[in-house]
Design a protein around this ligand. Structure first.
Ligand code: SAH
Ligand code: SF4
Ligand code: F3S
Length: 481
């Protein structure tokens, strides 16, 4: 990838068309970074910190790819010369975290004249946030949003060419730019965006406002990317979108998600296919069939329920009922052997009653999720739910949350024990954080297992005996083939 930037003529004006224009700015920035590094007495370091979901994780890999191509040394340490926060705004506490960290960054910047602070991601799509940064955090150097992230190289160039805060936020976009560098966190697994944005407008959710309208990448772009990843040694891909089940509907030649999976499955070298997130309302019979017959698609489905109450689901604009969700889970369990189901739940949605909570608890008991993320409802300005009557007082929500969490943990722990004694294929992912004689890996169901092995097995899928369940993870032993 690096070579293409070396051939760029940086004395010529910037090309108009993409991605050549960004390649040009990468090459131009490489010169800037070189001279800044000379002035600083060391090669400039860059730290990208990610808040939020897998979508943001993937975007951060793209930012790192561009920074690396420009000649920066990547680091995890926030005491770096370029610090980039890729932000989330799905719940209020995601925002608070960023403001908290920004104060700390301001202190670091006083000590390092070469430091640049850059903010991007979902939070920046909210006008109030940008106003607050302009007023109270004026030491920030660059702010951009989710729709123009592919312009990162050009924005960095603008930042170094001018003084003062640069802000570039787009309201929406139809564009998706291909062929920019990325720096993958893992050599053996990778996220792959298959679509951007969301059109569902669940009434509590800010994502459609900050990520814009749903746009699917073409199957050929996706398949090209996955084939390239496979050729680089990637064995597991995670197909990413806010609602992968509606993939392809708006393409000029419509394609279903199930059809896309059939094509991805054909790519040699890819051994595991995951995807996220599935919206229950769009999960087709065809998808269940593909999952049931595939040897590569992992038997794990993250299927956000949000609430078990049909009455609340209607107010949330989710387009399914308690009964249809239960029925869907039944059909999935019947068709896909050894399936693991996980979910997201929200407590304290406006107007929630004890009966509504009882419905949610009931679904949790019936479905037996392997695990669930439980969230306290967070009011997001601009969403329909924010102006609904009967916002629930904090003490009541806290009590309901505790009860739900307790049930989720009990059922999850009991459910997770079902693999004990089985030998299962495990992708070895990393050396264990606490004990370096252990390797940490995942089964296809996404269950974590720690087992003694040499780090040379990392990146391989090997049979592991699931010896002892510890609730949400296992201790195991690798089994010789
Ligand atoms: N597109 C995915 C989820 C994206 S956001 C889907 O539809 O399932 C991830 C999770 O955050 C959601 O599933 C929901 O449980 C939670 N969430 C979203 N908005 C929220 C809010 N305002 N308050 C609390 N939790 C919220
Ligand atoms: Fe938010 Fe609903 Fe879209 Fe998920 S499907 S991102 S919860 S609006
Ligand atoms: Fe957060 Fe944006 Fe993801 S708001 S959850 S980072 S799409």
């Amino acid at each position: 990838m690096k070579d293409i930037y070396q051939d760029v003529d940086v004395t010529a004006p910037a090309p108009e068309s993409e991605p050549m224009r960004q390649h040009y700015f990468i090459a131009k920035n490489a010169q800037i970074i070189r001279s800044e590094s000379e002035a600083a007495g060391h090669t400039l370091t860059a730290c990208v910190k990610t808040f939020g979901c897998q979508m943001n994780e993937r975007d951060s890999e793209k930012l790192r790819g561009i920074l690396e191509a420009m000649g920066c040394v990547l680091t995890e340490n926030e005491e770096a010369d370029l610090v980039i926060y890729n932000t989330c705004t799905v719940r209020e506490n995601a925002n608070l975290k960023v403001y908290g960290r920004l104060g700390y960054l301001g202190g670091l910047k006083k000590k390092n004249p070469h430091m640049k602070i850059i903010l991007c991601g979902c939070m920046m799509q909210e006008p109030d946030t940008v106003e607050k940064i302009r007023k109270s955090y004026s030491y920030v150097d660059l702010v951009f949003g989710t729709h123009n992230i592919w312009k990162f190289a050009e924005l960095i160039h603008d930042m170094y060419e001018s003084r003062g805060l640069i802000i570039d936020i787009w309201k929406d976009t139809r564009t998706t730019i291909e062929q920019l560098p990325t720096q993958r966190t893992y050599p053996f697994k990778s996220g792959v965006n298959i679509m951007y944005g969301c059109d569902n407008f669940c009434t509590y959710c800010i994502v459609p406002y900050v990520r814009g309208r749903e746009r699917s990448r073409t199957p050929s772009d996706i398949l090209r990317e996955v084939s390239k990843l496979a050729s680089e040694g990637v064995v597991e891909v995670m197909l990413l979108g806010q609602n992968v089940n509606s993939y392809g509907k708006n393409l000029p030649d419509p394609v279903s998600f199930a059809d896309l999976l059939r094509e991805v499955e054909k790519i040699d070298g890819i051994e595991r296919i995951r995807f996220m997130t599935s919206h229950p309302k769009d999960l087709s019979e065809d998808l269940i069939d593909v999952m049931a017959s595939s040897s590569k698609i992992c038997p794990h489905l993250h299927l956000p329920l949000q609430s078990g109450s049909t009455r609340l689901l209607k107010k949330m604009n989710r387009h399914y009922t308690k009964e249809s969700y239960l029925d869907l889970c039944r059909r999935l369990y019947d068709s896909v052997p050894d399936l693991s189901l996980t979910t997201d739940l929200i407590v304290g949605f406006p107007g929630e009653t004890e009966e509504d909570l009882a419905d949610t608890l009931d679904v949790v008991r019936q479905v037996q999720f392997d695990s669930a993320f439980t969230f306290i409802y967070s009011k997001r300005t601009g969403t329909p739910a924010a102006s609904m009557p009967d916002q629930i007082p904090e003490e009541i929500v806290k009590d309901r949350f505790d009860r739900l969490l307790k049930l989720v943990q009990e059922t999850g722990a009991a459910r997770s024990g079902r693999w004990q004694g089985r030998t299962m294929p495990v992708l070895a992912e990393r050396v264990n954080d606490h004990d370096s004689s252990l390797i940490t890996g995942r089964t296809a169901q996404n269950m974590i297992v720690h087992f003694p092995a040499d780090p040379s097995v990392i990146g391989r899928i090997l049979p592991v005996s699931m010896d002892e369940c510890k609730g949400f993870y296992y201790f195991g032993t690798a089994v010789e083939k």
